[in-house]
Design a protein around this ligand. Structure first.
Ligand SMILES: [Zn+2]
Length: 150
């Protein structure tokens, strides 16, 4: 899985993380804050020994440290894959209708790759649904009419 897709899953479906994953994520975010974005094992040890306030986010549970041991990027890819394997049906990917790139958020209506904007397409789809609904009603009425006249 590519890093972008993994970040999308972990960011917008964080409720699907297990408690140990949540704590490992917190541990890694704390490490990143204290070390200006570094989250590898060395950075984690440095943060533990530092007096940085983000140290409070760190865990000393061996199980959590194991989950975090390879740093944030590896953690995110592994966690996203686990979420997808166990909750695939709950994750919705928002792809650009023009170029197929994954949008930045599940509700985005503009592509960050090709700049295509599908706000109006979404509105048009809604308008078509409304028209179909109304014409459906109309055809029900016209079908009823012969019965009334006969
Ligand atoms: Zn696009």
């Amino acid at each position: 899985m590519d890093a972008e897709k993994a970040r999308y899953i972990v960011r917008y479906y964080c409720q699907l993380m297990t408690t140990p994953e949540r704590l490992a994520h917190r541990h890694l975010m704390g490490t990143g804050k204290a070390t200006h974005g570094r989250t590898d094992a060395v950075a984690q040890r440095e943060t533990e020994k530092s007096s940085h306030i983000a140290r409070e986010l760190l865990s000393n549970d061996p199980k959590i440290l194991q989950l975090a041991s390879e740093g944030l990027d590896a953690f995110i890819v592994r966690t996203a894959q686990r979420i997808l394997d166990e909750h695939g049906g709950e994750v919705a990917f928002n792809y650009c209708p023009r170029c197929g790139a994954l949008a930045k958020t599940p509700k985005a209506r503009q592509c960050r790759v090709c700049r295509h904007d599908w706000h109006s397409a979404a509105q048009t789809t809604q308008r078509i649904k409304n028209i179909e609904y109304r014409s459906g009603q109309a055809s029900l009425i016209s079908r009823r009419r012969p019965l009334v006249t006969s």
